[in-house]
Design a protein around this ligand. Sequence first.
Ligand SMILES: N=c1c2ncn([C@@H]3O[C@H](COP(=O)(O)OP(=O)(O)OP(=O)(O)O)[C@@H](O)[C@H]3O)c2ncn1[C@@H]1O[C@H](COP(=O)(O)O)[C@@H](O)[C@H]1O
Length: 87
Amino acid sequence: MKTFDGLFAELTEIAKTRPKGSSTVKRLDAGVHHIGKKIVEEAAEVWMASEYQSREEAAEEISQLIYHLQVMMIALDLEPDDVYRYL
Ligand SMILES: N=c1c2ncn([C@@H]3O[C@H](COP(=O)(O)OP(=O)(O)OP(=O)(O)O)[C@@H](O)[C@H]3O)c2ncn1[C@@H]1O[C@H](COP(=O)(O)O)[C@@H](O)[C@H]1O
């Protein structure tokens, strides 16, 4: 099963090697404004799923929010430790 750090390592490698067909590469190329809008959209979906849908659907939306947050971290050249120090 994938973890936060495992996904971050995978996305970091994708950002370096830029494989064809990667949606992550497309999102990074689209830039911070695009990624930020996606984060807001996914955050709203987490809220809606948590309030009106199942726990399973909420978990899926949370995973997507984590993914888009990680894409933003990579766009900003932030490492997990840069974030963890505030936890
Ligand atoms: N975990 C994720 C992940 N979570 C969410 N998403 C993206 O976020 C989208 C979900 O948002 P929506 O439900 O709003 O779908 P949508 O409206 O089609 O979104 P848009 O593509 O239009 O923005 C999905 O369609 C994916 O494009 C993800 N894309 C990739 N990953 C993982 O990231 C890794 C690298 O992926 P690639 O870069 O595609 O190879 C792989 O391990 C993937 O499993």
